[in-house]
Write a protein that binds this ligand. Sequence first.
Ligand code: PA5
Length: 471
Amino acid sequence: MSTGRITYSPAGLLMPEHGLAENALTNLAPQLETARDEVLADAKLWAAGADVPSEKQPLDAGFHELPDRLLTEYRDRGAESEVARLQATANRLASAVDRVVVLGIGGSYMGARALLEACCHPYYNEVSREMRAGRPRISFEGNNVDNDAMQGLCDLLGRGRTTTEVADRWAIVVISKSGGTLETAAAFRILLGQLQTSCEGDASQVAQLVTPVTGTGSKLFDLAGALGCPEIFPVPDGVGGRFSILSAVGLLPAAIMGLDIVKLLEGAAAMNEHFQTAPVGENVVLDYTGICHLMEAKRGCDIRLLSTWGKRMEAVGLWYDQLLSESLGKHERGAMPLTVVNTRDLHSRGQQHQEGKRDKVITNVTIGKCEREPLAIGRSELDHDQLNELAAKTLPEILDAATKGTNQAYREDSRPTAELHLPRLDEHVLGQVFQMLMLATVLEGRLVGTNPYGQPGVEAYKKNMNAILRE
Ligand code: PA5
């Protein structure tokens, strides 16, 4: 296995006391392989454009082959491909403005935020444009209806200020597959008004500064056409919101941040290949799904805890929270996802995880290599904190000791953990992680007989909200 590949080790969980028997995963192999065959068949059925049998509907399996399709198109069509057009639009915006407001909610928001937090400077919006490699700041809105937060953003954007200075200019990327989600649409209308003012009503300038990502024929699509936006990027049919991170939904914000979107897609394509070919015991998707499923079925662990170490994977965890909740939380079934950030949450949730109900399966997400030089604590004349004896220890060494110490404490109380290991945080690795977790989610759906696509339960609140508003 190459060192750039993410790995999953359930070794800690394969122990009889509050874990699983050593051969538990091997015994589940036939069911996992049958579920994998079904996921692969779903992808083929979808790609062939064949009629979807009623028992399979909805079937939004388009996310599966999307990375390979976009990469092939990029190689075959070059500058005309969607990937090249995304890069060109991102570069045009980067040279024109110093802030891009990304509007979207749910699957149209979580992925871009995950990419920003995992791959960009930890203080991305605060550091100089030079330290951002000339890329614009990113602000997220349209993911709530919070009056004061929106007012605060309007302050930041400089209400009514007109300027030709790049440092004060901003643009909008509005993302909505349906093109009719109220939170996003309301934010877009408010900010579009402000953008028009900042461009002194110059419609052609406004059009250049608005980039929509939406389904063909949506209300947003029509509005973008009326505005004259030069590019409208698609959310392809058959790619559901929470499965859309590797479409323009995630790729456009990523390209604006200066991330290498080809590497992101290549990581996902490598995961597709791995999923299809590696056997149980060596397949991160099959093994992760199998262990989580067994811990739920045999140990009653229906809280699925993604325990991230360090600060950068929290939003990836939140993206996964949505993926798992909306995909499998149906028919009064489905595990409850929970993302924690350690060591921070050892000081808040840690007590419960160590001594509370035995209803959690803990997957540690560990990262092999820091991007920057390890920082040591250092010596001080003032040793009142008695840290001189640890002066040579670096922050990665302390994090490692905390991880090991926590796992040891869990193990000693028969609360075993598994590990998802990422060699480092870069686009290729993140591409693998996103595709792995999307595949694992649909695989589990097929394994337990829950259709992972569609989210009928989300419609109820929207219907009621709209009825109340239009009364
Ligand atoms: O996964 C989903 O489909 C949802 O979370 C959607 O992404 C979310 O509701 C936003 O929908 P839209 O992109 O249509 O505005």
